[in-house]
Ligand binder design. Sequence first.
Ligand SMILES: *Cc1c(COP(=O)(O)O)cnc(C)c1O
Length: 793
Amino acid sequence: MNAMSDFSSEAMRARIAQHLTYTLGKDKARASLYDWRMAVSHTVRDLIVEPWFAATRRTYEAQGKRVYYLSMEFLIGRILEDAMINLGLRQQIEAVLAEDGIALSDVIEDEPDAALGNGGLGRLAACFMESMSTIGCPAFGYGIRYEHGLFRQRFEGGRQVETPEDWLNQPHPWEFERPEAAYTIPFKGHVHDGVWTPAETVLARAYDTPVVGWKGEWANTLRLWGAHPTELFDLDRFNSGDHTAAAHPEALARTLSRVLYPEDATDGGKELRLKQEFFLVSAALQDLLRRFRREYDDLNLLPEKVAIQMNDTHPALAGPEMIRLLMSDHGVEWDAAKRIAQGCLNYTNHTLLPEALESWSTWLMGRVLPRHMQIIERIDAEHRAATDCAPELGIVHNDQVHMGTLAFVMASHVNGVSALHSDLMQNTVFAGLDAAYPNRILNQTNGVTPRRWMRLANPALSGLITDMIGAGWEDDLGRLSELAAFEDDAEVIARLRAAKRANKVALAEWVRERLGVTLDPDAMFDVQIKRIHEYKRQLLNIFETIARWQAIRQDPEADWTPRVKIFGGKAAPGYWVAKDIIRLINDVAAVVNNDPLMRDRLKVIYPANYNVSMAERLIPAADLSEQISTAGKEASGTGNMKFTMNGALTIGTLDGANVEIRERVGAENFFLFGMDADAVQARYLVADHGRKAILESPVLAEVLQIIADGRFSPEEPGRYHGIVDATWNHDPFLVASDFDAYLAAQAQVDAAFKDQDHWHRLALRNIAGAGHFSSDRTIRGYMDEVWGARSLL
Ligand SMILES: *Cc1c(COP(=O)(O)O)cnc(C)c1O
């Protein structure tokens, strides 16, 4: 037997011990938790290598089409437990470690989150990587190996404080460095007769992490690029005594992969960001072209063998860069180069918010990437000539390069991420381009991987589901519909309720340890976790919290449904309104949690530093999922799907994928409120809509008065005058106009929660309807309708 295919506990124990000794250089008796984690991680990684090699071999032999997923963000989270679960080894390793007195849960918790993303967009890329491996779709993920991922969040006096994140402070056991896979990335300089002489270069070096799918049958590669200097060290300078300056080239190069930009849904327009985007795109394309040339001679075959997905516009330079590489390195003429590039490229749009549509000044683009500016202008000229479009539909307009238009023009397929979002693309922001390029826009509704978001995060529920419908639902999530047959089975409902309660008890314990607040596990856990953004309307939720607090104070002995309001999320460091909202939530929490009249009737909790592993803890313990964005603003959402598959009920607007979730779980099992996207558009036309809504809502008027009076900030009564004033006078996301409807829906939620059997019957229906939201379904959609790729499993 091959040593690596011996999965016995004895073999596993020996391998972990070997890694402790020979990889970590530690005596078992003196090994720390860190040593154990490294040894276990290396052991598990070893077991992925074989399916990983096999996948590469099979793709090569089958001459299969490869998918290249280009994304500036991969919000991976922890890797160890996910890998163990997909290999089916979690229980066994737990038992093996227990023999040495080591708790697997401690080892798992010791791993830092790989937080190479801001939020939904980056987490989607991570779910897609796992689903492509589960399905056996040959794929590479390409991204940047940021030394510092998303900042760590702390609260000081209720305010968000950012500190650098340093996940690479410790060795990262999952990656393989590839010194041989390195490419020169050029910047700046000048162009003569189409020949570019760059003024700066850096080296992109590959770091590979295998991503193993469910049952360990296939593994693809996540290839992250680290920036290194092309010239290591300025020896002349060093020898002449200037020791600090001698290290300059190194420092300069490394800044390119130093930090993830902490912006979500807004663009900073910074030169370093543009350079990062080009760094990713150029390294990825040079790499995939080299791989292609090893297998094929005819570059015209590229669209048949290669599909490239641009995750948002951040990699939109892939169009011009592919044309440049094909022309300068491979001798292809303009027309053919452009046709080949278009044949390979596809673009996923993630937002219609005008402030989030990426653009770069022609001045900056021309300075940083002079050759690409020329190529973009030629693409634009041909686009304008071919479509005879209005001037504002050009790629270059008002001295700005519009990256959405560039991506659209250079793509074979353009997709939105929910049915509503794709419709809105066609009818609003992209209506002109849709008319110029009919049938280019299609929809691929997002999904999430049930391996991480159910099996890993919620073993109690997962076990119950397997008991009910048998094994094998994890990669065939449509089978959850079989659960509907049990909705009148009192024992199943009782077990579902017990599983949820156990998760809530565990969360309450974690909250008590971290925040010193005691929670009643029988209270409703009402959860809103996501980036803090005005359009996501955390403000609506905290206003309702304040109204509830007031109502309880006025009549404490009434029949209240006890609630715990749980918030989580980070604000971009320069987004002052969002940071004020964070502070308000924390200030409200301090008042409410210390109010003797509240007791368990109302608590407000806001644990700092929301990330993937916190989501894994909170979502399985949620009764209520808050998905309350202004209709038309949230492209899809994926948090909403995670909650639904874990048996939380949703209070939500008709926005993003909420629409499809409601259709699948049944309208009677979803707490809908508020204006739809059309009503929102109409409401914006009403002058003074915020003021009008407040004058019609005594409850909201009182909430705003309480805030204005400084009740949550007695030491600084004017602290929230900005928020109050904006709600009266601007209310850009219609918080006031939707407030009463939200209040009414929350009253329905309270009433429904009182009948726990009824509530959990609704929860069961939600789980039964969640099968559609597996990212496996999404990836199959892309394979069939966008990439033309097939599974090799
Ligand atoms: C799923 C997820 C998101 C996206 O949440 P939305 O509610 O869809 O915005 C953001 N951050 C983390 C850590 C996630 O796991």
